[in-house]
Ligand binder design. Structure first.
Ligand code: HEM
Ligand code: NAG
Ligand code: NAG
Length: 329
């Protein structure tokens, strides 16, 4: 017979409690969550993303950014997809998302097909997570499994953007703090910033660097002068066309480590990109990622999975929306 004194029992129980707690945290979402509920989910989403990207390759960036903006505001609950109502302005209509965020129709199309085959089963939040993963894969980035089982939230407020999404003027300490608030290390912040290896930006997100940097009426001295000249040509001072965009990198449709190579060459588009060179630890990460793309790919995949678990609704929390743009009545 085994006897345990209380003094011996409590550490055992403590370890057991920690193990069980960690398991429950990690098993909130599951790979293959829809296997028996709607087995074709991931196939259907991927087919819709593929179709959309054939028409417009740039939507890959839109869908990646959509997942980021969803998860950092109220967790990955598809709050980014809800339309504004007469009494409330939704996230998608905040300055950070309107008019720049794109790809909503891709999610709508996937949702319509899923409702036709498995009515009321697949959350919009999971569709966004799958679509971001597929976008990364189709553009040549890492392939990874997406734990699923997220449920959809019922609230979306433009007023919650500030403080949760970083503006492009943030410097390294501010980025580190904001990502730390979401449970990310500084290294993960640098890794996730690599999302800027695809896509484009409107002139307004960086024009301060071209014409009036920190109120100096001069260009940002840290930006490569040839790159600055090219940007000024595309984004003239006082330009009135709000639709002008420039590519993030020289290969804006390929998920590679080119973003980090650009930063090292002082061609990071935003202050928030360039600033990664201004602290020794983040500059080291940038150099590592530029030199070792395979390592960045693995870290990026892991960080995306982690991002996809932010404050998720599971079990009976939230709902499965019938239409991703509105809550169920
Ligand atoms: C680190 C802090 C970040 C800041 C300050 C930031 C800011 C921005 C800004 C200002 C734009 C341009 C919007 C426009 O004018 O069109 C943008 C685009 C984009 N961001 Fe970020 N972002 C950050 C992190 C991330 C992360 C973590 C991801 C994903 C993992 C991401 C993915 C993207 C993508 C893919 C685009 C291009 C969107 C498109 O082409 O439609 N960003 N970001
Ligand atoms: C990237 O894709 C967009 C959208 O299809 C296209 O307009 C652009 O020319 C592509 N850029 C490059 C460098 O291939
Ligand atoms: C330049 O920026 C400063 C402060 O950021 C601002 O007060 C000033 O009006 C700007 N000047 C122009 C010409 O935009």
């Amino acid at each position: 017979m085994i006897e345990m004194s209380p003094g011996k029992l409590s550490p055992v129980l403590a370890i057991l409690a920690v193990v069980l707690f960690r398991q429950s945290v990690h098993s909130q979402l599951q790979i293959g969550f829809y296997k028996y509920k709607c087995s074709l989910v991931e196939f259907i989403v991927k087919e819709e993303v593929t179709k959309a990207l054939i028409r417009d390759r740039g939507l890959a960036a839109g869908l990646l950014r959509m997942h980021f903006h969803d998860c950092f505001v109220r967790g990955c609950d598809a709050s980014i997809l809800l339309d504004s109502t007469p009494s409330s302005t939704a996230e998608k209509d905040s300055f950070a998302n309107n008019p720049s965020l794109r790809g909503y129709e891709v999610i709508d199309n996937a949702k319509a097909r899923l409702e036709a085959v498995c009515k009321g089963v697949v959350s919009c939040a999971d569709i966004v997570a799958f679509a971001a993963r597929d976008s990364i894969e189709i553009t040549g980035g890492p392939v990874y499994n997406v734990p699923a089982g997220r449920r959809d939230g019922r609230t979306s407020l433009a007023s919650e953007i500030t403080g949760n999404l970083p503006p492009p003027t943030f410097i390294v300490n501010q980025l580190t703090q904001l990502f730390a608030n979401k449970g990310f290390t500084q290294e993960e912040m640098v890794t996730l910033s690599g999302g800027h290896t695809i896509g484009r930006s409107h002139c307004t997100s960086f024009s301060n660097r071209l014409y009036n940097f920190s109120g100096t009426l001069m260009q940002d001295p840290s930006l490569d002068p040839r790159y600055t000249a090219m940007l000024k040509q595309k984004c003239p001072q006082g330009g009135t066309n709000p639709n002008v965009v420039v590519p993030m990198t020289s290969t804006p449709n390929i998920t590679d480590a080119g973003y980090y190579v650009d930063i090292l060459a002082n061609r990071g588009l935003f202050t928030s990109d360039h600033t990664l060179l201004t602290s020794p630890a983040t500059a080291y990460q940038v150099a590592q990622n530029a030199r070792n793309p395979m390592q960045w790919r693995a870290k990026f995949a892991a960080a995306m999975v982690k991002m996809g678990q932010l404050e998720v609704l599971t079990g009976t929390a939230g709902e499965i929306r019938a239409n991703c743009r509105v809550t169920n009545s």
